[in-house]
Design a protein around this ligand. Structure first.
Ligand SMILES: Nc1ncnc2c1ncn2[C@@H]1O[C@H](COP(=O)(O)OP(=O)(O)OP(=O)(O)O)[C@@H](O)[C@H]1O
Ligand SMILES: [Mg+2]
Length: 247
């Protein structure tokens, strides 16, 4: 597994010759096998940070350093990302979509075994031969998660992956994901603009506003958390207030 240290990281975009500072001097330590939730308003730089971590975007200044990892692995193998929308290949079945990222370095029986393990875990076995257009949004998001798990990265980045789901499916997938985290000991960085979701999932909640980290809060509560408990509500309120009354 792996952790990550981010040092003095900034990102400036140019939009019509005007500079937009998306991230401003980010310093963050992500522990090996930890669950970090990053929470903040729309446009605060969450996706940009994930895109830089997984190498889809280059930072303007600053460094990223992976820790606890196999030196021989390429960075792209260490990090996998689940996007807000499932991004499945419409011409491939559920099973083929999940197998797709493994095609290069595994034989067919290994691929079959891994895909079926996650199909079963995510309750998708009955739909393995369906195409993306034949399954619901919640199932598609599960396939997308399964595809990343099959790829087996050391660090999983999640960009508001449950944002489009109804409250029932959302809670169900959050709980399944907690199980996966506990069973497979991955390092998770989970982005959301939903404060309750951040406190429900994260061991550490990083609050970002206008491209800067304004606060970090550790959540000393066991899974599965009671969202009505006084401890939970106090943490939720503390995070909301730190954004609402920043200055
Ligand atoms: N490719 C790009 N080119 C130019 N500007 C960009 C690009 N990507 C992001 N930005 C800018 O960077 C800032 C942060 O955007 P980002 O997508 O990281 O926000 P976010 O926190 O993920 O928001 P949301 O919650 O709405 O997804 C915004 O001002 C956005 O306009
Ligand atoms: Mg985003």
């Amino acid at each position: 597994m792996a952790g990550l240290i981010i040092k003095n990281l900034s990102k400036t975009f140019l939009i019509n010759d005007k500079k937009v500072k998306a991230l401003n001097d980010i310093n963050l330590s992500i522990e090996n096998e930890s669950f970090t939730a990053i929470v903040g308003k729309s446009g605060c730089g969450k996706t940009t940070l994930l895109r830089i971590i997984c190498g889809l975007e280059k930072q303007s200044t600053g460094q990223l350093e992976f820790t606890h990892c196999n030196e021989n692995d390429h960075n792209s193998k260490r990090v996998g990302i689940v996007f807000q929308e499932p991004r499945l290949m419409p011409w491939l079945t559920v099973e083929q979509n999940m197998a797709f990222p493994m095609a290069e370095n595994k034989n067919n029986s290994e691929i079959h075994e891994i895909v079926h393990k996650y199909l079963s875990m995510l309750g998708l076995e009955k739909f393995k031969d369906a195409y993306p257009s034949q399954i619901s949004g919640g199932m598609a998001q599960r396939v997308s998660l399964g595809r990343t798990l099959c790829y087996d990265p050391e660090i999983i980045l999640m960009d508001e992956p449950f944002g489009a789901l109804d409250a029932f499916n959302r809670r169900k997938l959050q709980n399944e994901f907690i199980n996966i985290f506990r069973e497979y000991k991955k390092t998770i960085i989970f982005v959301t603009h939903d404060v309750e979701e951040a406190v429900y999932l994260g061991q550490n909640v990083v609050i970002v506003d206008e491209g800067s980290i304004i606060k970090q809060i550790s959540v000393p509560l066991d899974y599965y958390r009671d969202i009505t408990s006084p401890e939970f509500l106090t943490l939720r309120e503390e995070i909301l207030n730190s954004i609402l009354f920043k200055n």
